[in-house]
Design a protein around this ligand. Structure first.
Ligand code: TRP
Length: 458
């Protein structure tokens, strides 16, 4: 693997990994989960999940990736040659493939909504109109396909450019843009006249709202949001330099990801409460962002339409940027595998991934149109991909990664990797391995059984 590329700078490493983590999961899924699970109390549970599970598993993915310097399937083969552990990596590649086929659909919608926002299409519309706009667009046989294809091609172009001049360069460009947009949007939202109710909701925990399910939801969300469980960060770590501090990078990435998720709450809830809107159970999935929010933006800024206009444009552009840095990372997991294991060039591998995923992506797109009645196990293609990936494959992947690192990986080697061959201190190494051996597999096992409806906590 002599010709393998590396990330060029420490900042590049952090921003690329943070770019993978910060995505639609932060801005779309986190706020709605917070809304439905009691606000501040949920955020506290979520942060606990990040600290107890997220950080150790992220460090493990980093260690596995950098030690082996291979794609995620090759990594396990390199570290445990001739064993079945390579299936963890293969499962990851497969999961990445599935996620790519539906995540990009939503990413495509963010492009359409950016275009709508820029064209001021939301002006003077009623709540009913937003529903129609969304269902007509998502159900259209061609339009969402075109936007999805644009998203695939943007991702493809960046991937083909390579690790340093593609992934790293564009992460360095897009992440600062993302931070700036987030800060401006938070400012606009918290200065709305009735923002304080939304702030109370985010800052005053009501612990009576915490149930077993809250904890399990928070754990699942933490996984998805941190890009854990499918070898995404393992693949990125295979491009880390020898002197990259893995623990510090993991802490930075978890910190940035959580910060952006919480800030997304600070963008959305003050506006939601300002408009006097009560979140409905139906505000899950696409509808919060694409139906409810345009109407709330409109209402919140009705006194200052120009601010409302800018707010909407920036909000949807924020989603585009967040989605793109994540689709790149998912593409790279599959791409690195195909390139290295099938001995193709980077560009050939990228075409294989883009081509197949785009084809399957059409079917997830059409789940909102003419294929909406086509169900497998009672789910549309889109829902099936989402369910299998986030509720089954990611937790299984995460559990296996912690078991592999906790039980199979040589502890001396692990310590050498985390300490950069002894040049860094590794505080709490015992706590870290204890979590990986016992706590993480058990906790994730519970989430998994709960997701499958086989077990109900509390
Ligand atoms: N973490 C991203 C988000 O929050 C999505 C994502 C990118 C992802 N790579 C992943 C999720 C790997 C699971 C696994 O939107």
């Amino acid at each position: 693997m002599a010709s393998r590329e590396n990330f060029g700078s420490k900042l590049g490493v952090t921003l690329a990994a943070a770019g993978s983590a910060v995505g639609l999961g932060n801005i779309w899924r986190f706020p709605i989960e917070t809304g439905q699970n009691g606000g501040a109390a949920y955020i506290i549970v979520y942060i606990a999940c990040i600290i107890i599970l997220g950080i150790p598993i992220m460090i493990s993915e980093f260690a596995i990736g950098r030690r082996s310097r291979r794609n995620t399937a090759g990594a396990y083969e390199a570290l445990a040659p001739g064993t079945q552990w390579k299936w963890i990596g293969r499962l990851g590649v497969f999961t990445g493939f599935i996620i790519f086929c539906y995540y990009t659909v939503v990413a495509g919608w963010t492009l359409e909504y950016s275009a709508l926002a820029i064209g001021n299409a939301f002006e003077g519309k009623t709540a009913e109109d937003y529903k129609t706009i969304f269902s007509e667009f998502a159900g259209h046989p061609i339009k969402p396909l075109v936007w999805m294809a644009v998203m695939f091609l943007l991702t493809h172009i960046i991937i083909v450019k390579g690790v340093t001049s593609g992934i790293e360069k564009y992460s360095k460009l897009m992440m600062p843009v993302l931070f700036i947009i987030v800060i401006i949007l938070v400012y606009c939202s918290v200065t709305l006249p009735k923002a304080s109710e939304g702030l109370d909701f985010l800052l005053k925990p009501d612990f009576s709202k915490i149930t077993g399910n809250t904890i399990l939801n928070a754990m699942g969300q933490a996984f998805f949001s941190l890009s854990l469980g499918l070898g995404c960060l393992c693949t990125y770590a295979s491009y880390f330099a020898k002197d990259t501090n893995l623990t510090k990078t993991a802490l930075n990435v978890c910190g940035i990801d959580t910060f952006i998720a919480v800030m997304a709450g600070f963008i959305i809830f003050p506006a939601v409460f300002n408009a006097g809107y009560q979140l409905q159970p139906s505000d899950v999935g696409p509808s919060l962002i694409f139906i409810t929010l345009p109407s709330i933006f409109q209402e919140s800024f009705s006194q200052m339409p120009i601010v409302g206009y800018i707010f909407a444009v920036m909000f949807y552009l924020l989603l585009v940027v967040a989605a793109l840095t994540s689709t790149i990372s998912i593409h790279e997991v599959v791409n690195a595998y195909i390139q290295e294991e099938w001995h193709l060039t980077r560009s050939q591998a990228a075409w294989v991934v883009t081509g197949i995923c785009m084809f399957l992506g059409f079917f997830s797109c059409w789940s909102f149109g003419w294929l909406s009645d086509f169900k497998i196990f009672g789910m549309t293609v889109f829902d099936l991909f989402d369910f299998c990936a986030s509720n089954i494959f990611l937790p299984v992947g995460g559990m296996l990664i912690s078991i592999f690192t906790g039980w199979r990986l040589d502890k001396k080697m692990l310590k050498a990797e985390l300490s950069n061959e002894g040049s860094l201190k590794v505080p709490l190494f015992g706590v870290y391995t204890f979590i990986l051996k016992f706590i993480a597999p058990l906790a994730i096992g519970l989430v998994l059984l709960n997701q499958l409806g086989l077990f109900k906590l509390l």
